[in-house]
Design a binder for this molecule. Sequence first.
Ligand code: BV8
Ligand code: ZN
Length: 250
Amino acid sequence: MEIPHILIEKLASAKHVAVLTGAGVSAESGIKTFRDPDGLWAQFNPAELASMDGFMSNPDLVWSWYQHRREIVAESKPNPGHYAIAEMQNLFEKFTLITQNVDRLHQSAGSKQVLELHGNIIENHCVRCKKDFVGETTLPDGQLPKCSYCGGMIRPSVVWFGEMLPADTLLAAENASNQCDFFFTVGTSGEVYPAANLPIVAKRHGAYVVEVNPNRTSISHSMDCCLSAPSGVALPLILNEFKKYRNQKS
Ligand code: BV8
Ligand code: ZN
């Protein structure tokens, strides 16, 4: 696939690069996306599973859905797309990685200061006293663990529909989108707010916005460049072209 020269020139002159990722960046690691035809939601209704109401009305179903996803994440490895993003973080004056993903594959690939808008699937906390529980919840599948302090139900530390995103994380993501001069949106359908606003905010503030996604999305029409390719292919290519361009210039 061909990387447009203008994209590399814009990247080479960028002072602050921001990247927003969604489930698509982990697809090549074997983790299903949410809204692709064979995705996680295919057999479930998100409101049923990824919401407090859903959890309170069917805690065992929601808990075992997250346990099932945790097992898949535990066996997954970062793919070349994650590694390319991790390598980018030291190539620019300022670099911000914002993710909607809860699988922590960016961190496993070496990315630092990852802004996790939707929490993470590794940690849990008590619904009642908010005590954190990490790793103490490997109970036989289907059994909902209870808090050893107050007896409350333990839930995954992800952000569910209808829940506020962590305020300081969202603020940092919005600031980066306002201030960056180059914005990648990678592997997201752009369906979930307020994350879906970020590429639009970047565009509105004059950033050069690139979408990496094999499919068109609801925000493709407003991008400066759409690379219709898997992120595990496109991102390493962009990185190589960028390094070649920079070596020629130096
Ligand atoms: C909130 C839980 C305040 C964790 C998830 C306007 C403003 C504010 C809020 C709203 C609003 N309108 C509606 C809302 C409410 C709601 C919302 O956005 N609803 C949508 C459905 C309309 N937002 C919220 O509730 C948020 N909270 O705003 O609080 C508030 C409170 C009350 C009332 C109003 C406001 C909370 C949102 C977080 C929800 N939690 N999950 C978990 O279980 O994981 S959302 C879920 O979707 C995941 O977190 C996921 O990260 C997220 C986004 O999905 P994507 O990552 O984009 O994945 P998807 O499958 O959709 O797309 C994958 C893409 O990858 C595809 O395009 C595909 O083509 C591409 N792809 C495939 N393979 C590859 C690839 N790309 C590259 N390479 C490949 N190889
Ligand atoms: Zn408790």
